[in-house]
Design a protein around this ligand. Structure first.
Ligand SMILES: NC(=O)c1ccc[n+]([C@@H]2O[C@H](COP(=O)([O-])OP(=O)(O)OC[C@H]3O[C@@H](n4cnc5c(N)ncnc54)[C@H](O)[C@@H]3O)[C@@H](O)[C@H]2O)c1
Length: 439
């Protein structure tokens, strides 16, 4: 007679397994679509009724997922969404893709993971595999989720049901590496948990990388993002040092990048943004603090990156000053509000800090972003200007915060009086141009 694990694996192979995705955001929706495309019946569960309604109508709200793809899957009966967690009763395989933000105090906010796993605990049943995808500190899967699932159900992990961690590596807006072809690291609570999770994911994803434990998978994600955060911190500090020295940091980076080995190119900017790089390493440093260890590189890089919006505002103030203008009362247009180019994600965007700091100095600030129609943040609201050309012409200063590809940079350069280019969006056009201040 076959074991529970073998029966589950057989269901993945013949596509009779029913998949559920908890959390239909930037990570969960693309994953749901990938499983749907692989032939599974997928139910997405999310407490936000508007998202659920849109998906059931075949409409996507994530830029990387075309509505046509959602419509097709909904029509074929391979994708549906609900706010009702009772749908978990029918699920053989569940991915948890809920947010893991920070609290105002800078500590991890695991309330979404806890509430998702509370719901799962009510419906976990024999022959179910559960994979946590949300980025978190090492130990979350084993220390937080496992006890909840076992205590409430009386089932045994690794025998009756299976639990694993698999970090999501998706880079929104990217077209070469997407959910389907980015290698997927998976670590199980037990060896059988790993087998079950790998058997599921390898049906839909091109490359699955099994690792020795859930903790290795959790820590690998934090190493990847800490690596980025620290290197961005380093290159941001290079920009500050080059500024003091009167050396062009962009030229320095290009020169260093000609080395064919031992150097990896990172570029400076107005600060870190998004739901991952500024936040995930702080999950690690928080966990280490509880073990009486200070994650020094993380703290330092975080401090440098957090101060970049202030550096940008300082450059703006100096440039206006050179033109006998105070920041107070000047018209300043922020170009691009998303945290990185060509996406519509505003979370933790440095544009929010740049705008807030300038407003506090009395500037008359407006912004334009083709993907973000309005901003409501810490007591202020703003709408993206409707006439970009006129706004550029009328501004005393334009700050390029996010270098969206759709912008016509030569036209912007022609109309603007002064540009602070924090991303080298103007490239050679900006070099030596008296209207342009590069970071
Ligand atoms: N966005 C990225 O680029 C990215 C990349 C890699 C990893 N991650 C990680 O993936 C996780 C999800 O990020 P995201 O960007 O998709 O977040 P998101 O905010 O876009 O989506 C999360 C969704 O979960 C829903 N949700 C909240 N509580 C829930 C619950 N109890 N049950 C079911 N759904 C619930 C929310 O309504 C929301 O729709 C985070 O841990 C994040 O760090 C994100």
């Amino acid at each position: 007679m076959s074991t529970i694990k073998e029966q589950l694996i057989a269901k993945f192979q013949d596509r009779s397994a029913h998949v559920a995705i908890l959390g239909l955001g930037y990570v969960g929706l693309p994953l749901a679509v990938v499983f749907g495309e692989a032939g599974f019946h997928v139910t997405g569960i999310d407490p936000i009724a508007e998202k659920v309604e849109m998906l059931n109508k075949g409409e996507s709200y994530v830029l990387d997922v075309p509505s046509a793809q959602v419509t097709d899957l909904v029509k074929k009966g391979r994708l549906n969404a609900t706010t009702d967690f009772a749908a978990l009763r029918e699920a053989d395989a569940v991915s948890i893709c809920v947010p893991t933000p920070l609290r105002k105090t800078g500590d991890p906010d695991l309330s979404f993971v806890v509430s998702a796993s509370n719901e799962l605990a009510k419906h976990v049943h024999a022959g179910m595999v559960i994979v946590l995808e949300s980025t978190t500190y090492p130990g979350t899967t084993r220390e937080l989720i496992l006890p909840q699932l076992e205590q409430n159900s009386g089932l045994k992990c690794g025998k009756d049901f299976f639990l694993a961690f698999s970090p999501e590596r998706v880079d929104p807006g990217r077209e070469d590496w997407t959910t389907i072809n980015t290698p997927k690291v998976v670590g199980g609570i037990t060896a059988d948990c790993l087998d079950a999770a790998v058997a599921w994911y390898c049906q839909a994803l091109q490359k699955v990388v099994p690792v020795s434990s859930a903790e290795v998978a959790e820590m690998a994600k934090l190493l990847e993002n800490t690596f980025r955060m620290i290197n961005i911190g380093l290159v941001n500090e290079m920009a500050i040092m080059c500024d003091r020295l009167g050396v062009d940091v962009w030229d320095v980076i290009e020169a260093a990048a000609t080395k064919p080995f031992g150097f990896m190119k990172f570029t400076p900017g107005p600060g870190l943004g998004g739901h991952c790089i500024p936040i995930d390493p702080l999950y690690l440093s928080w966990k280490l603090r509880a073990l009486n260890y200070t994650a020094k590189f993380i703290e330092l890089a975080s401090e440098i990156n957090t101060n970049m919006p202030r550096f940008v505002v300082g450059k703006t103030q100096d440039a206006l000053n050179d033109r006998q203008k105070p920041v107070n009362g000047s018209k300043i247009l922020v170009l691009g509000a998303a945290y990185k180019p060509d996406i519509d994600d505003l979370r933790e965007s440095p544009a929010l800090d740049v705008i807030g700091l300038l407003m506090r100095k009395g500037a008359n600030v407006s912004y334009h972003d083709p993907y973000i129609a309005q901003i409501s943040h810490e007591g202020w609201q703003m709408q993206s200007v409707s006439n970009l050309e006129a706004a550029v012409r009328q501004a005393d200063c334009v700050i390029i915060v996010t270098n969206h590809k759709v912008y016509d940079y030569p036209a912007i350069l022609k109309s603007a009086q002064l540009i602070i280019d924090t991303r080298n969006a103007l490239g050679e056009m900006g070099r030596g141009n008296p209207k342009v201040v590069r970071l």
